[in-house]
Design a protein around this ligand. Structure first.
Ligand code: 1PZ
Length: 205
């Protein structure tokens, strides 16, 4: 009913520039879980512009972000969230906050590479940018079945202009926001990677 014209890409860009500021100011483990999870939650809207092909990815991503949103009531910052799993020896356990954080971080990185590719790839196809991003970020961590499903799904994604139209943007109005996301997501991803590395948890699982 009350649908004002939403600008999802603008909202995503704003959320991530706020989060990137948080990362810059943050000390060792200073980024709060709520700010991180809310920014990641904003990404979810992109799935509805991709059509039905990535419903399975959407469900997985949304449930993991929800877990982090819930965890934000319990843990002040990302470092404390991870430390609690270290203490309980549940870092790699299915469904653990830390494991979900690693997956959600990959989701951010996937969108970062996707947007970066969109900016440098001429033409109206999203397929090549999406394939590149998936190959770089997720494919090394997914089994054959999921990889095949994603490759099949890539044939069904809309064109760049149709995707942007669903987000109430055009290539020229979106560019600024897409660029902002690419710039701001980078230190965020780096920050989470550093947390895992410093705590000796590895990133390759
Ligand atoms: C235009 C671009 C479209 C490309 C979209 C590509 C989506 C990637 C497909 C991911 C399929 C996910 C299926 C479930 C995978 C799970 O096995 C793993 C491990 O989870 P766990 O065992 O810890 O419970 N989950 C993941 O790897 C996280 C997947 C999140 C996907 C987020 C993608 C964000 C991209 C948005 C693009 C608009």
């Amino acid at each position: 009913m009350e649908q004002e014209t939403k600008r999802p890409l603008k909202e995503i860009a704003e959320a991530f520039s706020g989060l990137a500021d948080n990362v810059k100011e943050g000390s060792d483990s200073g980024v709060d879980v709520a700010t991180f999870a809310h920014a990641c939650d904003r990404i979810s809207i992109l799935f509805s512009s991709l059509g039905v092909a990535f419903k399975f990815a959407e469900k997985d991503y949304v449930s993991k972000v929800k877990d982090l949103l819930d965890a934000s009531k319990e843990f002040e910052n990302l470092g404390a969230l991870i430390d609690s799993d270290i203490k309980a020896d549940t870092v790699r356990k299915g469904g653990s906050h830390t494991r979900n954080l690693l997956r959600v971080k990959r989701g951010l990185d996937m969108v970062r590479v996707l947007f970066q590719q969109v900016l440098v790839t001429p033409g109206n196809s999203l397929k090549e940018p999406a394939a590149k991003a998936y190959d770089q970020v997720f494919a090394p961590h997914h089994g054959l079945l999921i990889r095949k499903a994603v490759i099949a799904g890539l044939f069904l994604i809309p064109t760049k202009s149709a995707f942007l139209a669903k987000l109430n943007d055009t290539e020229s109005t979106a560019e600024e926001y897409v660029q902002t996301f690419v710039t701001c997501a980078e230190p965020v991803v780096q920050y989470v990677d550093n947390l895992f590395t410093k705590k000796d948890l590895g990133l390759d699982w």
